[in-house]
Ligand binder design. Structure first.
Ligand SMILES: [Zn+2]
Length: 81
């Protein structure tokens, strides 16, 4: 890896989370354009972040379904009088 890689890689998480200003993001993107190893590394991290979000979403959906089923069960118990 070339000069500046350590500084870039140390901040990758912050950049992926959008915690940096436009000028720093530009410098970050500029480094990736000139440095294939860092570019590859960041792409892998982005993919990992995406998979983590995908993995988190179904569990929330399951909880929503469980709530609806619970609500249906409650109303069904009240219905027969
Ligand atoms: Zn680099």
């Amino acid at each position: 890896m070339g000069k500046g890689c350590d500084a870039i890689l140390a901040q990758v998480d912050a950049f992926l989370d959008g915690e940096r200003g436009a000028l720093e993001r530009l410098r970050f993107a500029g480094h990736l354009a000139l440095c294939p190893p860092c570019d590859t590394y960041v792409r892998q991290l982005q993919e990992a972040h995406r998979l983590l979000r995908m993995a988190a979403t179904p569990s929330e959906a399951d909880q929503d379904v469980a709530r609806r089923l619970g609500a249906m069960g409650t109303s069904a118990n009240k219905a027969p009088r």
